[in-house]
Design a protein. Structure first.
Length: 420
């Protein structure tokens, strides 16, 4: 009788696979589990976990699966350590061989994952990413004295917000702005902030906000997310987010509520704050400081200058008033003295003038007395009048004129008979 598998007694496909499975089970089965290190090239999860794993040089590929009963507690351990099994992850896992006879596929069933190794691989890849992004200038090293406030826009009132609405981080950030006395104009671009879809959504949100809408352009874009586990926050170590932040034409601030090491996204901006609350407080502080510099302090200076001008003007007016009063009193005193002197001069001049007038009047009186017609009449002279006219020459009269002849003791009327 020929041996099974010989030319005379060939295997059926099922029979052959049964033999292969048996032999593999004997050396690589459940009782002979082996540790394998590979990179995840494809992942599908629905209760159970299904992976395609490859060598880092992509030289070979293997199907791997982890049944629900094993995967759920294992997944919890990984998440607690901040590890996500995703495409690109390098993991070291324990498995035994498995043949899917319906398709003739060789695969393995995962029974455990080396968490410590996964942590080391994740951190190694993270550090390699940081080094590469630093060399390219995407990440700019910061000193110990780095102050993110110093890199905020001077007046960040128009704020683009990348966040998941309704979450604690979203509410904490907006609460700082709405509780402030300033009028922030916030536009929100919704994005998932954890999980495999988060990096792509954050990048899309950043680009949408940076583009503006024609009538609105942000002064700053803030990416915020509340606290969580390392795994929850691991999406912010994604290269795509770091590059999008570095390339954004609008300043980007991060407020990722993490503990321990900062994320790669934080490293890509000079404006990284430890929580969403701190990010909102920083914007309020920036606006308050701008108002202090450009509104409050100039108002104080203007008030101080105004008070100084008023005080100086008051002093000038008081000085001028004193000078006017003093000058007026001096002028009045001078004028009074001048009037006294004038009065004295006028009095002396009046006395002289009156004396001169008295002398003149006396002289005139004597002169008039000497020529007084009444005196002449007493001396025997007579005054002849023709009407109102005094006759001084005979030629002034004609025969028949009636004249009045005045003597010292009276007057007579006479008629001219003849002129000789």
């Amino acid at each position: 009788m020929s041996d099974a598998g010989s030319k005379d007694a060939p295997f059926s496909v099922t029979g052959y696979l049964d033999v292969v499975a048996g032999r593999l089970e004997a050396t690589l089965g459940k009782s002979h589990r082996q540790w394998i290190k590979a990179e995840v090239s494809k992942k599908y999860e629905k209760d159970h976990l299904y992976l395609d794993v490859v060598d880092s040089d992509r030289g070979a590929q293997l199907k791997a699966k982890c049944w629900k009963g094993t995967w759920q507690p294992l997944k919890a351990r990984l998440e607690q350590a901040g590890i996500a099994v995703k495409e690109g992850s390098v993991i070291t896992f324990e498995a035994y061989v498995d043949i899917y006879k319906a398709r003739g596929e060789l695969g393995v069933v995962i029974t455990d994952v080396d968490v410590a190794s996964a942590l080391g691989e994740a951190e190694l890849r993270r550090q390699e990413l940081i080094a590469r992004l630093t060399a390219e200038g995407v990440i700019v090293p910061k000193g110990e004295d780095h102050d993110p406030h110093a890199f905020l826009p001077e007046l960040p009132l128009r704020v683009g917000l990348v966040a998941s609405p309704g979450t604690e981080g979203y509410n904490d950030f907006l609460g700082q702005l709405t509780d402030s006395p300033y009028c922030f104009d916030v536009r929100v671009a919704r994005a998932t902030v954890q999980g495999d879809n988060a990096p792509a959504e954050v990048v899309t949100a950043l680009k949408a906000l940076a583009a503006g809408d024609g009538s609105w352009q942000p002064d700053i874009i803030c990416v915020v997310r509340g606290g969580g586990s390392k795994l929850d926050l691991s999406c912010f170590d994604d290269e795509r987010i770091a590059r999008a932040i570095a390339a954004c034409p609008v300043p980007v601030a991060t407020g990722i509520g993490h503990t321990g090491d900062i994320s790669v996204a934080d490293m890509a901006t000079r404006r990284a704050f430890i929580t969403p609350t701190a990010t909102g407080q920083a914007l309020v502080r920036a606006v308050r400081e701008w108002r202090e510099r450009h509104v409050v302090q100039p108002a104080r200076d203007l008030n101080r200058i105004g008070r100084a001008v008023l005080e100086e003007s008051g002093q000038y007016l008081a000085r001028t008033r004193r000078e006017l009063v003093t000058g007026a009193l001096s002028t009045i005193n001078d004028e009074a003295a001048s009037l006294r002197h004038a009065r004295e001069r006028l009095s002396h001049a009046s006395y002289r003038t009156l004396g001169d007038v008295a002398t003149y009047l006396a002289s005139t009186r004597r002169f008039l007395g000497a020529h007084d017609p009444a005196r002449r009449l007493q001396q025997g002279w007579a005054l002849v009048r023709l009407g109102d006219r005094v006759i001084t020459h005979a030629s002034q009269l004609t025969p028949g004129d009636g004249v009045e002849v005045t003597f010292a003791d009276g007057s007579v009327l006479a008629r001219v008979e003849e002129r000789k």
